[in-house]
Design a protein around this ligand. Structure first.
Ligand code: FES
Ligand SMILES: [Fe+2]
Length: 305
């Protein structure tokens, strides 16, 4: 850090994931507005690599319940007013300028994450926008192959000392929620990777699903065929079939949102695929595998691959 920046709080968490999954998650700028929708609404990458990433992110409308409790702020403000009036004045004018900028639609922040594998840590810095100069240092302690602990320290510049504790608690709550979401993603991805790597039976190439009306009443369902899981959903009175795993990073496409236009969107990075052709409509190269054919004869449904 170039200048001294006050430490406002820390957050620790033990998680049943590997260091590889954790680094992958830290480097994955693209998931922010999809997995963490309550914090980010958009992101545009400027540069990314093995070193980390730099991106323009748009902050989501902050839910007032996520901010430090009003009474805590009032208490801190009162103390600050008594002991550090000039510092408080500086801090308040910065807050006013930031909220005016936010009102004008300036909720953009320039973020940078730098990964230091040797020290098992990464530093996320707000380079510009709301909270410019804030640094979040994350160190990882590896207890076992799939047992890590993250220690996150929050440094916020120009903060009057009495305001530090409420802001620290705000960051702790925020990071608790972000890591709840990240942990679920990392664990789900690890399970999917393990499943893809383990040999699967590929013998059956057809499966009978019974009466069409009874089947429609049960949808959505997952069916295994030819070594893969397929999601069957009703789409505009037809049965749409697609792989349950996203071809990007094995996200849970079965939990994706389908549109009236016949697309399914992955909840992890928002890639959108055509249900009819499997094509990636978000512009990336990966596409869905060809689904099994749905055959209907005398009201009886069969999937054939
Ligand atoms: S896993 Fe990234 S878009 Fe699906
Ligand atoms: Fe995340």
């Amino acid at each position: 850090m170039a200048a001294w920046v006050p430490h406002v709080g820390s957050y620790r968490r033990r998680m049943p994931v590997s260091l590889a999954r954790m680094y992958e998650n830290a480097l994955d700028w693209e998931h922010l507005p999809w997995l963490h929708q309550s914090s980010f609404s958009d992101i545009e990458c400027i540069d990314a690599g093995d070193w980390g990433w730099r991106a323009k992110a748009t902050l989501a409308n902050t839910n007032p319940s996520q901010l430090p409790a009003k009474s805590l702020w009032h208490k801190a403000l009162g103390k600050s007013l008594r002991h550090q009036p000039w510092q408080l004045l500086k801090f308040s004018s910065r807050l006013i300028a930031q909220s005016l900028a936010a009102k004008r639609g300036g909720k953009e922040v320039l973020l940078e994450l730098r990964l230091d594998r040797e020290r098992k840590r990464w530093i996320t810095t707000t380079l510009a926008g709301v909270g410019a100069g804030t640094e979040i240092w994350t160190h990882v302690i590896e207890h076992d192959a799939e047992d890590i602990e993250v220690v996150v320290d929050f440094f916020v510049p120009n903060i009057p000392q009495p305001m530090a504790a409420p802001l620290g608690r705000y960051y702790q709550n925020l990071y608790h929620r972000l890591y709840d979401e990240d942990q679920e993603m990392m664990e789900t991805r690890q399970q999917a990777l393990d499943k893809v790597k383990s040999p699967q039976k590929k013998d059956s190439t057809t499966v009978s699903l019974g009466d069409i009306e009874e089947l429609k009443a049960k949808l959505p369902i997952t069916v295994s065929l030819a070594g893969r899981d397929w999601q069957l959903r009703e789409h505009q009175n037809h049965i749409a079939v697609h792989a349950t795993l996203c071809p990007h990073m094995l996200g849970p496409l079965d939990q994706g949102h389908t549109s009236a236009e016949g697309t399914v969107r992955c909840p992890w990075h928002g890639y959108e695929f055509s249900l009819a052709t499997g094509e990636n409509l978000s512009g990336q190269r990966c596409k869905l595998p060809k689904p099994p054919e749905t055959k209907i004869e005398n009201g009886q449904v069969t999937l054939v691959i």
